[in-house]
Design a protein around this ligand. Structure first.
Ligand SMILES: Cc1cc2nc3c(=O)[nH]c(=O)nc-3n(C[C@H](O)[C@H](O)[C@H](O)COP(=O)(O)OP(=O)(O)OC[C@H]3O[C@@H](n4cnc5c(N)ncnc54)[C@H](O)[C@@H]3O)c2cc1C
Length: 380
């Protein structure tokens, strides 16, 4: 894949790789252990201009395409899944604000790109996850304001965000056609943060629930048309699912590299375990599936860059890459034997971190539903 890159792509990917190996890799274990938001690395990625990777130059971005953004994500997640996850959020937020926002949102984009303004997204609720259309948070129009009431769950960056993109019902009877997206500054009265989530992996991302108790926000804070947020969110998922797929892919690549190195140094029965065919076949399968996932992601990203609709291709890439990464990392852990089960080896963290990729940005069951629906639509 890398042999086919253009000079510009190679430059930005090499920059990401150098930063990831020099700065992120040495910090990754401590971020996991201390469950601490990696603020300096976040800033470092911003200073390299990488938060604008998915944004057109005229909007202040780096003007690279989705295909390059995915390859950059892979490099970052190869050194830390959690930092990869943190990286995805401003990249996606900057695109979303620039694409759907009015003047108040556009004004925030430079701050997001610089790493000064932290944005979170709050769609999920305690009782509504996959069923986004059912969510209960309401935004009731009152003159030039909305008054927002409801409770959100699992907000990544919820503890540290300056603004939150809240998905709320503006027409509660209309299901998915009654959803709007409203930007809420977190210093407004009526917002309270729940306790920090204690998670299996992906530590350091400041997840918490958020409650909105009659939070008053100007109508100008709404992104896109009233009741039009479902469509906007679905379109945004095409890019964000490719980013999540690339995040899982980067972690799988790290798992393969660790398994290769370990298998060559670990001696059993008088020979490196890499000489046993059972181990060789696990490594061969990992490598093959990693290549297949990379091609699926790049194919979908290139279609997107060429202006095509990619709901099926993005769901397929997310489904395959994240299932593959969980399989590959489980096998990488197996190759480490008992050591793989120990915090002393990175593969233990990869195993915990990668599990999330099958759950969010739409669970992998939901990806299968999307793929089946798209197939039925195309052939019905
Ligand atoms: C660490 C973490 C960070 C997150 N960050 C954010 C964030 O920043 N913002 C945000 O809004 N959300 C966030 N989420 C929420 C995440 O998007 C949801 O957890 C996810 O969409 C699944 O929803 P749920 O947990 O309510 O599961 P549910 O929807 O209750 O699903 C439970 C199970 O049922 C299955 N299922 C549900 N419906 C169907 C169906 N129709 N057909 C087949 N199977 C089905 C699911 O696949 C799953 O296996 C985060 C979650 C986690 C764990």
């Amino acid at each position: 894949m890398h042999r086919l890159l253009t000079g510009d792509q190679r430059l930005v990917i090499d920059t990401a790789r150098r930063f990831a190996e020099a700065e992120i890799l040495p910090a990754a274990a401590a971020i996991d252990r201390d469950n601490r938001f990696p603020r300096e690395l976040y800033r470092g990625l911003a200073e390299l201009g990488l938060f604008g990777i998915g944004l057109a130059e005229e909007k202040g971005g780096a003007g690279m395409d989705a295909a390059t953004a995915c390859l950059v994500m892979e490099e970052i997640a190869r050194c830390s899944g959690a930092v990869g996850n943190a990286f995805a959020i401003p990249v996606e937020a900057a695109r979303f604000l620039a694409e759907h926002g009015g003047p108040v949102h556009q004004a925030l984009v430079p701050g997001v790109l610089a790493g000064d303004v932290i944005v979170a997204t709050a769609a999920t609720e305690p009782d509504y996850g996959s069923d986004v259309a059912g969510l209960r948070t309401q935004a009731v129009r009152d003159g030039d304001d909305y008054v927002i009431t409801g409770t959100k769950a699992w907000v990544t960056f919820g503890e540290i965000a300056h603004v939150v993109l809240v998905f709320a019902k503006t027409d509660p009877q209309a299901g998915q056609r009654g959803l709007s997206c409203i930007m809420v500054e977190t210093d407004r009265p009526g917002i309270s943060r729940g306790k920090a989530e204690e998670l299996l992996g992906m530590h350091g991302l400041a997840e918490c629930g958020l409650s909105f108790d009659g939070v008053r926000v100007p109508v100008a804070n709404r992104l896109g048309p009233e009741n039009g947020a479902f469509k906007m969110a679905m379109a945004n998922f095409n890019f964000s699912r490719l980013m999540m797929a690339s995040m899982a892919l980067g972690m799988a690549q790290a798992g393969l590299e660790d398994a290769l190195a370990y298998s060559q140094s670990r001696i059993q029965f008088g020979a490196p375990i890499a000489s046993f065919q059972a181990v060789q076949f696990m490594l061969a399968d990992m490598s093959t599936e990693i290549s297949a996932a990379r091609l699926l992601i790049q194919h979908a990203a290139r279609l997107m860059d060429a202006g095509h609709e990619i709901a099926r291709e993005a769901a397929e890439a997310k489904l395959f890459a994240t299932d593959m990464a969980n399989r590959a990392i489980s096998n990488a852990l197996q190759i480490h034997g008992g050591n793989g089960y120990s915090r002393a080896y990175r593969v233990e963290r990869l195993y915990r971190d990668v599990r999330l990729s099958q759950i969010y940005e739409g669970t992998n069951q939901i990806q299968r539903l999307i793929i089946a629906r798209q197939l039925a639509r195309a052939h019905g």
